[in-house]
Design a protein around this ligand. Structure first.
Ligand code: AMP
Ligand code: MG
Length: 410
């Protein structure tokens, strides 16, 4: 047991070996193609935002000195968003102004229209005191010209892309998409669409991993299903190291007679073959072919997805140039069902959490936890993370959970 690496040791080891892409691995694309791409340089604002002092309210632009004797002011003109008031202000006057409209020269406050009354002769009178600068949005108070608005390594999202658009930025330099080759290994695997013969199963992992890679905006090289034949492994691994930045396989990393991943990797490249102290996902391989990194997922679909989630995502993040990757967010919740657990490995059990009427998170097991039980994974909305040395969990105990849901703004 002692020889098994912990998850954090494995992560440290992997991330220590990897480096982000170089300056040459970049391209310039338009903003509307850039969602989820990674910014390859610091972006500075070419303009001030706001670009001019403007009104935060519909109301009246005034000069405070003229309000002191509480006389009514004549309204000498209008400033609309997009149609500023450019005329002269004579003494004892105000300018009607709308939200976003340019502040006229000399104006030092905007009084909102709810605090104004119009006399029968069309003059305006105010029923509240005004302070210098009130309701004026100042030039550059959101973004200053030349200021860095997005750092190299940031993800371009539904939040950050509109910011760039507001600065008039049309194109952005991003890191090239990571090229990821994908293989499912196993004599028993059949592609969806073909009939199943005795002893065969459908290939789940390639599809599952492909969907995850799409979320990461990778360029996917789908090499299909590979029978358990070391010669074929060698061919495909060789192809991958010429074409891809990363090769992900599933299956063939255990210690069975048909598990060739390790020997072929050793032959073609360097290998850190890990047995991890996590469940599911004990067999997981990480290494390097000549020009491509390698991650070997276990064959059981639940294990494949858990190890992809916990271990391969940070690899992809680093190789894609993404600097903001964080470990999955953890919360605490109260167990409402007992959880079976043997000490020795860090468990990622599948659970369903909800926030109860008292505002407290509670979590239940979704039932069968076998790593071949994909259907219970689908019924879950979080991992229940049970520490390595922990044993069975009773109802009412506090546990750590990692919710799956992430904001679409991200
Ligand atoms: P292995 O790691 O190759 O020994 O596979 C472990 C288990 O996962 C076996 O029951 C395999 O049949 C199953 N398995 C392997 N690859 C896949 C796959 N792509 N889709 C579904 N099940 C798989
Ligand atoms: Mg196999």
């Amino acid at each position: 047991m002692n020889k098994l690496l912990t998850l954090s040791q494995a992560l440290e080891n992997m991330l220590g070996a990897l480096s982000p892409p170089s300056e040459t691995q970049t391209e310039i694309i338009s903003l509307d193609q850039a969602q989820n791409r990674i910014c390859a340089e610091d972006i500075r604002s070419p303009i001030n935002v706001p670009g001019f002092d403007n009104s935060a309210m519909d109301g009246y632009a005034v000069r405070l000195a003229e309000l002191q004797d509480h006389h009514a002011l004549s309204v000498v003109g209008k400033s609309f968003a997009g149609a500023p008031f450019l005329g002269e202000w004579q003494a004892k006057s105000a300018v009607r102004i709308m939200t976003g409209a340019m502040i006229p020269n000399g104006c030092d406050a905007v009084i909102m229209q709810e605090q104004a009354e119009i006399d029968a002769d069309g003059k305006v009178r105010f029923n509240a005191d005004a302070k210098a600068g009130q309701n004026i949005r100042r030039i550059g108070e959101d973004v200053k010209i030349g200021e860095i608005v997005l750092k190299q390594g940031a993800k371009l999202t539904a939040l950050s892309l509109p910011l760039l658009a507001s600065l008039g930025i049309e194109k952005v330099r991003v890191f090239k998409r990571l090229k990821v080759a994908l293989i499912s290994t196993g004599d028993e695997l059949v592609a969806v669409g073909a009939p199943l013969k005795t002893g065969q199963i459908y290939d789940t992992n390639r599809f599952a991993v492909k969907l995850m890679l799409e979320k990461w905006n990778c360029e996917i090289l789908d090499y299909g299903i590979l029978p358990d034949d070391p010669t074929l492994f060698e061919q495909k691994f060789t192809q991958a190291q010429q074409e891809a930045d990363l090769l992900i396989t599933s299956g063939g990393v255990s210690v069975g007679e048909a598990d060739f991943t390790k020997s072929v990797l050793e032959k073609l490249g360097q290998i850190n073959f890990w047995k991890l102290a996590i469940k599911p996902g004990k067999p997981f391989a990480f290494g390097k072919l000549q020009h491509a990194w390698f991650c070997g997922l276990p064959g059981n679909p639940v294990s494949a997805l858990v190890t992809f989630y916990q271990l391969v995502q940070p690899v992809i993040a680093t190789l894609s140039g993404y600097r903001e990757w964080q470990k999955p967010v953890q919360l605490t919740a109260m167990a409402t069902t007992p959880l079976k657990k043997a000490p020795g490995r860090l468990d990622f059990q599948r659970g369903f959490y909800r926030v109860n009427a008292e505002g407290q998170a509670e979590v239940r097991s979704v039932g069968f936890q076998g790593s071949h039980m994909f259907s219970s994974f689908v019924a879950s909305n979080c991992f229940i993370v049970l520490e390595q040395e922990r044993g069975n969990v009773a109802v009412g105990e506090t546990v750590t959970i990692e919710p799956f849901d992430l904001s679409v703004l991200n």
